[in-house]
Design a protein around this ligand. Structure first.
Ligand code: SIN
Length: 513
């Protein structure tokens, strides 16, 4: 057991880096599985940060759009506070060096994205917001002496003493035995769960591990059933699937099927700019009907290369010229609205444990996250959680991490099986039979490699997603049950522990693998 007075921040995306900067000068040990700046979902975010920056806009309008998209489950108080704080974070990111797009008068250039009543998303070079914000934060963290970055390490478990979180287990990301660290506070700021699905826009390491780690320690998980599928992942066979940002639709790109029909106009008055869950189901219906849906961006012409370089590069890799060809698309797991239940200070249900970013469930997103509210929530709650942990603390020497003996990583075949099962049974459309079959498969996968904490973290989150989806006998936002298509009059957020979810999961039957 290594003891430190450093606050342990688990994760290395936007929320983790921002929290570490707010905590300064309090010493931090930040756990980054990859070299800092690589492998985090935040760096891949193409849209930007939603914030009422325009004179015609205000936080109340932003909060109202957030509530509407969330299908009855957004906590109005959370939406009010987050949207009110948004502007301050944009200004702070600007002072940290984020080169947001500006107009000739110096105002922020704003993109329009689905379900926003007006253009409200601050952006960088069209689709580079995530990458550029991360570049600015990485530089700031590198220059902050109080932050020690442990690169190449992952957290695999939480240490508990009489119900209080007292530290973490760390292992080398390349696979090793665990090293126990005792610390005064743990802030989980890792990513979401998209990589638990076979088709995802998330980087390869984002497989629900940090949520599962908290769940295995007994933390309450909220809204686990709500997984957002992005409607326009580029269907080119790549894993992860590259994203064609929603901002393209804000600029006039249309969805068409193989017959050339613009199918979204028949499904919602806002057509391609309907809430993301509705567009995802529209796209999925076309995939299932064998009418390959595609995003027609031809009207944007050469602007795609100039204003959406990430999309242009992904198309080039796939051999598609978006100025002359429609981009084939499919829904892909993109964002987990569910996660570690937290309050306004980012505190979890376990003393000693805080959470922020996609791993947390704050109540902002409800059943369907409004586009570009993800990075905003990460900024707001990273600061709130860091202030709650406290900026005062003793100085601390650097933690010297040993070289632990190697240990197996999760078996890639089992991970692939898990991802297939989640897409088949807990995807865009769900029913009791599919969810129950998936729970059977998860149990068998877990039993096939019982001594692997990282696999257990993945299967814990998968169990919670399926368990909460089974328990929610209605359709709402991103959670669509074909056997319960109606929305109940009264919406409620879900709260579930892993112990509760396991009561819904059958005993393992290895022959199911
Ligand atoms: C996008 O650019 O379409 C994604 C933005 C987001 O997920 O908020």
């Amino acid at each position: 057991m290594i003891r430190t007075d450093r606050v342990v921040v688990v994760g290395a995306g936007l929320a983790a880096l921002y929290a570490a900067l707010v905590l300064a000068p309090r010493p931090v040990l930040l756990i980054s599985p990859d070299p800092l700046g690589q492998g985090a979902s935040s760096a891949w975010a193409q849209g930007g940060v939603a914030a009422a920056m325009d004179l015609a806009d205000n936080p109340a309008l932003h909060a109202a759009d957030t509530l509407r998209a969330g299908a009855g489950l957004v906590d109005p108080d959370v939406a009010r506070r987050v949207t009110a704080e948004a502007r301050d974070h944009i200004l702070h990111l600007t002072t940290l060096g984020t080169p947001f797009d500006r107009d000739e008068a110096g105002g922020y250039v704003l993109s329009r994205e689905a379900a926003h009543s007006l253009a409200r998303v601050v952006r960088v070079k069209g689709d580079q917001a995530g990458a550029e914000i991360m570049r600015a934060l990485v530089a700031a963290v590198r220059a902050t002496l109080s932050v020690q970055v442990a690169e190449g390490w992952v957290a695999t478990g939480l240490r508990l003493d009489e119900g209080r979180v007292t530290g973490v287990d760390l292992a080398l990301a390349s696979g090793s035995a665990a090293v126990a660290i005792a610390a005064p506070a743990v802030l989980i700021a890792g990513g979401g769960s998209g990589g638990l699905y076979a088709v995802t826009t998330n980087p390869p390491r984002i497989r629900g591990e940090v949520v599962g780690m908290a769940a295995r320690a007994g933390a309450v998980i909220a809204d686990a059933e709500f997984v957002q599928f992005h409607p326009t992942a580029i269907a080119c066979g790549a894993d992860p699937a590259p994203l064609a940002t929603e901002a393209l639709r804000g600029e006039g790109a249309h969805l068409v099927n193989a017959e050339g029909t613009r199918f979204m106009t028949a499904l919602h008055p806002d057509a391609e700019l309907a809430p993301r869950d509705i567009v995802a189901r529209g796209v999925y219906a076309e995939v299932r009907a064998g009418r390959q849906p595609a995003l027609d961006c031809r009207a944007l012409g050469a602007r795609i290369g100039a204003e959406f370089p990430a999309v242009a590069a992904a198309c080039a890799r796939a051999g598609i010229n978006p100025a002359s060809q429609s981009i084939p698309v499919a829904p892909a797991a993109h964002y987990h609205m569910g996660g570690i239940a937290t309050n306004m200070e980012g505190r979890s249900s376990l003393p000693g444990l805080w959470a922020c970013g996609e791993a947390a469930s704050t109540g902002l997103h409800g059943a369907n996250r409004l586009a570009s509210n993800g990075l905003l929530e990460a900024l707001v709650f990273a600061r709130r959680a860091a202030l709650s942990v406290g900026r005062e603390g003793p100085s601390a020497a650097k933690v010297v991490l040993p070289s632990p003996p190697p240990a197996p990583l999760p078996d890639p075949a089992l991970v692939a099986r898990l991802r297939q099962a989640m897409t088949a049974g807990a995807g865009v459309l769900r029913d009791a039979e599919g969810l129950t079959n998936t729970l059977h498969t998860i149990a068998a996968i877990e039993a096939a490699q019982p001594d692997c904490p990282r696999l257990a973290n993945m299967t814990a989150t998968a169990t919670l997603i399926c368990g909460a989806a089974l328990a929610r006998r209605e359709s709402r936002g991103a959670h669509c049950r074909t056997d319960f298509p109606d929305t109940l009059p009264l919406g409620h957020r879900s709260r579930m522990t892993l112990a509760e979810a396991l009561t819904l999961r059958p005993a393992p039957q290895p022959e199911l693998l």
